[in-house]
Design a protein around this ligand. Structure first.
Ligand SMILES: Nc1ncnc2c1ncn2[C@@H]1O[C@H](COP(=O)(O)OP(=O)(O)OP(=O)(O)O)[C@@H](O)[C@H]1O
Length: 306
């Protein structure tokens, strides 16, 4: 449904987004995860046609951003990072105004606004001026404006930013509800956000896409953590049968730790290789790879798309 091909955006010499490619299928709920400044907002602005790519291509089915930006925008509901809402308008006035801007026909505006208010549980605040709403309610108004035109793609930039735990819970419920009828992309720097609502994660680091995986695939991955008295042990650990990759974690007091991506139980072979190399084994234990450990790998600069 959405195809991103070698997408880049530079600001002067700085590469905010660097040759990113991915595809998102109809109905998927995808989390775009990365620390502040990783390039998430820049990607979302390019998909929604509000920012021009330096190079690369964005397609939505047979439409192309640039050539068919208007038609694509008609299919996308977008909650920007800092949702601009008019403080003096009431919720209903604002949503009617937005529905108008989004090209909803005059005779449908009332029913669309009513439906958006119902889905975002804004009923009791419908006639309140936006400036009197809490941040959680204002975020919901932002989501309500994004769904007025019944988009089949919903893009939410940091939807739970600044919300308290109850509001976060409510926003997640809302996102799950939206996901029943649309493809959803959520950008966040919060792991739990992705874990709570997404089935797939794209992890960005310094403008590059470094992980693209289904969450359940990440969680079944197994790793062995090994500590030996050799800083160069990665050379032979990588040759052990069943070990597909070696990530060096740290060297402390002349002891080096490595994480080995391993298929099945390779512990006996790893011990044999360490003995054969004449090194001393200080620690060896299995670790379950999950979103948290993968994100930590990414931020140590170890994970890379193969
Ligand atoms: N208009 C701009 N001019 C120059 N640099 C920019 C501009 N917009 C963004 N950047 C830079 O591009 C990089 C990516 O920014 P972006 O907002 O996409 O990151 P992000 O992952 O969404 O971060 P955050 O979680 O903080 O919103 C950052 O280093 C940012 O400073």
């Amino acid at each position: 449904m959405i195809q991103i091909q070698s997408l880049s955006r530079n600001y002067g010499d700085f590469k905010a987004v660097d040759k990113v490619s991915f595809e998102i299928g109809k109905g998927e709920v995808v989390g775009l995860l990365g620390h502040n400044g990783a390039g998430k907002t820049t990607i979302m602005k390019m998909i929604t046609g509000y920012l021009e790519p330096t190079s690369g291509e964005i397609r939505v089915d047979d439409l192309q951003v640039g050539r068919d930006t208007r038609a694509i925008q008609a299919r996308i509901g977008y909650l920007p990072e800092n949702c601009p809402v008019w403080p003096e308008m009431t919720v209903i006035e604002y949503l009617e105004y937005q529905a108008n801007l989004q090209g909803v026909s005059e005779n449908q505006i009332q029913s669309r606004v009513a439906e958006a208010i119902r889905r975002t549980a804004l009923g009791e605040k419908a006639t309140a001026p936006i400036q009197t709403l809490s941040r959680g309610y204002r975020q919901r108004v932002g989501v309500a404006q994004a769904i007025l035109h019944k988009p089949d793609i919903i893009i939410l930039d940091e939807p739970t930013n600044g919300l308290d735990p109850t509001q976060i819970f409510q926003m997640r419920e809302l996102i799950r509800d939206l996901a029943k009828s649309a493809t959803v992309i959520i950008s966040t720097h919060i792991l739990q956000e992705v874990q709570a609502v997404c089935e797939r994660v794209l992890i960005m680091r310094q403008g590059k896409l470094v992980v693209d995986s289904r969450i359940e695939d990440l969680q079944t991955g197994r790793q062995l953590r090994v500590t030996v008295n050799n800083e160069q042990a990665a050379d032979y650990l990588g040759r052990v049968a069943g070990v597909s990759a070696v990530h060096k974690v740290e060297t402390v007091d002349e002891l080096s730790s490595y994480l080995l991506d391993a298929k099945g139980d390779t512990a006996p072979e790893v011990v044999a290789a360490i003995t054969e190399a004449g090194d001393k084994l200080y620690r060896l234990h299995p670790e379950t790879r999950n979103l948290e450990t993968v994100f930590a790998e990414v931020n140590r600069g170890e994970a890379a798309l193969t």
